[in-house]
Design a binder for this molecule. Sequence first.
Ligand code: ADP
Ligand code: MG
Length: 310
Amino acid sequence: MIEFKNVSKRYAGNQALDDLNLTIPTGDFFVLVGPSGSGKTTTLKMLNRLIEPTDGNIYFDDKRIIDYDLKQLRQQMGYVLQNIALFPNLNIQDNIAIQAESLGWSRKRRIDRARALLKQVDLDPDQYATRMPSELSGGEQQRVGIIRALAIKPKVVLMDEPFSALDPISRKQLQDLVLHLHQELKMTFVFVTHDMHEALRLGQHIAVMRLGHIQQIGTGEAIMQHPANAFVQGFFENEHTPRPATIHDLLLEGYGAATRAPATLPATASISELADALRTQTAVVVTTDQGVRQLTTADLLDYLATKEAN
Ligand code: ADP
Ligand code: MG
């Protein structure tokens, strides 16, 4: 079991996490979901102590993670990165076994483990084990990124938006794959995403985050049926009822910089009104309940590109 107790994180004046309390049962598929900047990565990286909390404690199997030997803690926490980051100069089996090698596993044991894992994700070891990363597609590389995190049989697997750079078809295949691996391996999975669809597909429990606070924790079904507040409800509606997007949707996803300029459009204006306005203005200024923000053509293009990718 993993427990966050009153955990806060401040970066020079910026409160990234504020009094986080969270329990992740052993063997769970737990998803942290929220817009960009809500504190998901900070929460995840605290588990393998890549980031230390400013306040509060995190417990792993009833012991404070700060009291673990760092190396032993990290051996129990496999970590899958967003940008796949395979070592380009190592072949696939050596990439998979790199942590096993540092633990002193014999060469035979490492290769056997790498080949077994390749099989488990439908990559034929005879074909793939000795290829270089550049000879694999993005989806194949991410499969290797996932099994690399599993190689030394950690108790917990941490995944930070592992599929966000992939096309929708590879993404769906990899979602099926991690569900399947989770069922087979009985490890605890902690998965970060900004995509509510992905959270609902994968999570046994979901924590919805916003601006360093947890808004709601529960099963997907419970959250969908009884959203705790307007933010959670809006996050679901954005995903489920196709309606014309508004400026508010961009702001919810964290686009737009703070400004003191006077507002030029309401937040309820549609995306096409925003696009029209940006033909003649370099920035559109909107007043929201979090203050005044300005949006540029770059914000609009980024937003549309991520919608397209989803
Ligand atoms: P998410 O993963 O949900 O996008 P993060 O955990 O990366 O959110 O960030 C949460 C907040 O902390 C954001 O406001 C971000 O700008 C800030 N932040 C993250 N890392 C740092 C850092 N190293 N220094 C200063 N601020 C940071
Ligand atoms: Mg992040």
